[in-house]
Design a protein around this ligand. Structure first.
Ligand SMILES: [Zn+2]
Ligand SMILES: [Zn+2]
Length: 422
């Protein structure tokens, strides 16, 4: 992938950026010193998306600065150092090995998923998969969906060493090799070597005298992390958003990927028309999606279908109105389907940071409106009488044509004489 070739260059740029501009880290994130963790996250999310080099509004330099600022300020230790001693303090801290530099693109994919760079030859942990169900409306409008997940994380207390005092000793039984070799004499002068796991250190090669109290020496703990999945407009149902290296962590391996499957939530249909129910009507309960197209059923009365002169204001998934109408005398047949171009889903292109212009033509699928015509079960007596009279009058004038009534084709000559049988 392009990114992997770009990466060394970016690191150089990052170093240059650090040397040249010593900008205030809070200013870079457009925040002030009183900001909290949530403010930081929100600022990072907005700005990193804006400046990502793959975007048209992208600015690589700024993207790197934002990543750097976020990384420093989101860590309580480095934030404190920065607040007290500024950039020089940070530089000192880094020199003494306090802060490891992360790849700014990894940080980005931690927030938004995507990317797929692999480090070859590195032991990787297993992958994880979670399912996130969102209503059709979110697939239409796009949304950042926060979610949390319990996973295995490196213990903060002991930084993954498993030791309470930081001391990890080499196992005296196996000398740190994790295995012991025993020699058995089978016959005078004939030896058999048997290799086995060291039972003192469990094959680790290291022993801990005082295990960390938080993780009991296991180096890892299970904790909840907060993540945000970016649902883009028109994203297909069942799409996988990949969060690189966000699966279970362990100091012995690189965490695998976390795959978040974005599923469509089945709509809740409210039978009682309360305010709440009316509000939730546009969650997609009455739309059906098929790829980039949407389907909708609209009910017409017999009068509307037959005589025309009606309008419907259909509330779309993002609450905008699609107006449907027929003038007087415009007939709609039962089951007739009207195609409204450009009112389907956004047409989605793979690639997690590419923007599409919402209002450009050809960026949306079609909305298919199927008309369902409902005949009245009962008619008011007076109305029934009048209708009957009208039918009888016109039936008498035109006669009855059984061939026509049964749907058989009518010969050309005859057609001209016939009026429509109502
Ligand atoms: Zn051992
Ligand atoms: Zn621990």
């Amino acid at each position: 992938m392009l990114l992997s070739t770009l990466f060394p260059l970016l690191l150089t740029l990052l170093t240059l950026a650090l040397a040249a501009a010593q900008q205030d880290l809070y200013k870079i994130l457009q925040l002030d010193k009183s900001c909290n963790d949530r403010d930081l996250k929100r600022a990072y999310r907005t700005l990193s998306k804006k400046y990502h080099p793959d975007k048209s509004s992208g600015d690589e330099q700024k993207f790197l600065e934002v990543a750097e600022a976020y990384e420093t300020l989101s860590d309580p230790t480095t934030r404190k150092i920065y607040d007290q001693y500024g950039h020089d303090g940070l530089a000192n801290h880094k020199r003494t090995g306090g802060q490891q530099q992360h790849n700014p693109f990894d940080l980005f994919s931690q927030f938004f998923g995507g990317g797929s760079r692999q480090q070859p030859g590195v032991r990787r942990g297993h992958e994880m998969e979670v399912k996130l169900s969102v209503p059709l409306r979110d697939f239409y409008t796009g949304r950042e969906v926060p979610f949390s997940l319990e996973k295995q994380q490196i213990c903060d207390t002991c930084s993954g060493s498993g030791s309470a005092d930081g001391h990890v000793e080499t196992c005296t039984r196996c000398n740190g090799r994790g295995i012991i070799i025993q020699k058995h004499m089978l016959a005078p002068g004939m030896f058999q070597q048997v290799q086995s796991h060291c039972d003192v250190c469990g094959g680790q090669g290291k022993t801990i005298k005082r295990p960390c109290k938080t993780c009991n020496g296991s180096k890892v703990v299970r904790k909840v992390v907060d993540l945000v999945a970016d649902i883009e407009p028109g994203m297909p149902r069942g799409h996988r958003v990949i969060f690189e290296n966000e699966a279970d962590e362990h100091p012995d391996y690189v965490a695998g990927n976390l795959n978040v499957v974005i599923d469509e939530l089945s709509p809740k249909i409210n039978t009682d028309e309360t305010d709440e129910a009316r509000k939730s009507r546009n969650d997609g309960a009455f739309f059906r999606r098929k790829g980039p197209d949407l389907y909708w059923k609209e009910v017409l009365s017999l009068r509307e279908a037959w005589m025309g002169s009606w309008t419907r204001n259909l509330t779309h998934l993002d609450s905008h109105i699609v107006a449907l109408s027929r003038g007087r005398g415009e007939v709609v047949q039962p089951g007739q389907v009207e195609a409204v171009r450009g009112e389907g889903m956004s047409i989605w292109h793979d690639g997690h940071v590419h923007e599409h212009d919402e209002h450009e033509t050809g960026t949306h699928g079609t909305l298919y409106v199927e008309y369902v015509v409902v005949l009245p079960d009962q008619m008011e007596r007076g109305m029934e009488k009048e209708f009957w009279a009208v039918w009888e009058k016109w039936r008498g004038k035109n006669g009855v044509d059984l061939g026509r009534d049964s749907g058989r084709p009518v010969p050309q000559g005859v057609r001209a004489e016939l009026k429509d049988e109502l």
